[in-house]
Write a new protein. Structure first.
Length: 398
């Protein structure tokens, strides 16, 4: 089977959330099928690094989008019914190359990851098409509006509503739709779409993110995530303002490491506080995480699966997270990870792990076991194969 696979971020190297899921799908599909990848890069450096995808697919179509061009297209869409974010992921050259490739070659399936690039093939007919929404992006924008001041709040609200309308329309234009979690799938179904749909989870590389015998620091807390991403920034600002002082009162030697690329000036200023380190980009996040007694993911805004939680659990590091972020992980609160939302409850959960070696060991083992059984890429790809087969069978019957 020949598959045209579109995704919104070039899927190699798989070093961030938006690249990990598509890369693992492409790697899996290429074992038995001829896969042509089409996606975008945003710098010459990303383009050079992305060429490594050639080892995992039959061919690829890559086009670079410049910041000026992306912003110009976004601004041009402000007064239209089309979401501005669609302009950020649109390349006229990539659109032309996709049309040419579809005219030149016969494809048996078109698979799209993320609604942002679905418009490239929205109106293609005669080929079964699957849209993997991953997350329902409209709901993230609608959540953002609660954390922004006017007039930005109005802008996020309008963008969210435009995205929601487009997501509903796109679902009707594809033959099958999928999501990352049960919660995201419920959102899609609440839209009233009649298109067949299902979900399959993100996985984690259990061998790469594995525990070691190296000792951990009982006073160390870690957070992992890109620090140019608003939900991560908000989570760490609130944590340092409201939670970390409570922890330091009870455990003065406690230290927090904020590990992630591209920290904003506001995030860098957090390092001026006693006990807080902001690392920026590091060669290997695993070294930092494994040394910590506990990893935190106190996100207020969280859609889909937080890969950072899966990876920390896979490394045998207990996780304390918010209800919002825990919803994207197939795990039982209190058994495989701890869930807390208020500053007092979050600080209490963290201090419990830091002060009780037996509890830490229990959560470390249970978390690792749960990831192995419920968030392996092997089991996730079995679900993906079933989705593809269901789509093809439905398409043949129509």
């Amino acid at each position: 089977m020949r598959v045209l696979y579109l995704c919104h971020r070039f899927p190699f190297p798989p070093v961030r959330g938006g690249k990990i899921r598509p890369f693992n799908m492409i790697k899996h599909l290429a074992q038995n099928h001829e896969v042509v990848v089409a996606s975008l890069v945003r710098s010459p450096e990303e383009a050079e690094a992305g060429q490594g995808i050639v080892e995992h697919c039959a061919d690829y179509l890559m086009e670079q989008v410049t910041p000026v061009g992306a912003w110009a297209r976004m601004i041009a869409l402000l007064t239209t019914t089309v979401p501005s974010s669609m302009g950020y992921f649109y390349s006229p050259r990539l659109a032309r190359r996709i049309r040419e490739r579809l005219a030149q070659q016969k494809f048996d399936l078109i698979f799209v990851h993320c609604s942002s690039v679905a418009p490239y093939v929205r109106h293609v007919a005669g080929i079964p098409k699957i849209l993997d929404f991953g997350d329902m992006d409209s709901q993230k924008w609608l959540t953002y509006r609660h954390f922004k001041r006017f007039p930005l709040s109005l802008g996020y609200h309008l963008e969210g509503r435009k995205l929601e309308a487009l997501e509903k329309a796109l679902a009707r234009d594809f033959d099958y739709c999928s999501c990352t979690t049960k919660a995201e799938l419920e959102t899609l179904r609440d839209f009233g779409t009649e298109t067949p749909n299902d979900w399959f989870p993100n996985g984690v590389d259990r061998d790469f993110f594995a525990p070691t015998d190296e000792p951990f620091d009982p006073d160390a807390i870690s957070f992992v995530g890109r620090m140019d991403y608003f939900p991560n920034q908000q989570a760490m600002q609130n944590f340092c303002d409201q939670v970390f002082p409570l922890i330091r009162q009870a455990r003065p030697a406690a230290r927090l490491s904020i590990i992630g690329a591209e920290p904003s000036p506001a995030m860098l200023r957090l390092a001026e506080r006693e006990g807080v380190t902001v690392t920026g980009t590091v060669p290997d996040v695993r070294d930092f995480v494994r040394q910590s007694a506990v990893s935190v993911a106190p996100l207020t805004i969280a859609r889909g699966t937080q890969n950072k939680i899966l990876e920390c659990m896979a490394m045998g590091v207990p996780v304390v997270t918010s209800s919002a972020a825990a919803g994207g992980v197939d795990a039982v609160p209190g058994e495989h990870l701890l869930v807390a939302d208020s500053p007092d409850d979050t600080a209490g959960a963290i201090l419990k792990i830091m002060g009780d070696p037996a509890e830490r060991e229990r959560l470390a083992a249970a978390g690792r076991t749960r990831i192995t059984s419920h968030h392996s890429w092997d089991s996730s790809m079995v679900r993906l194969d079933r989705i593809i087969e269901a789509c093809l069978q439905s398409y043949r019957r129509s």
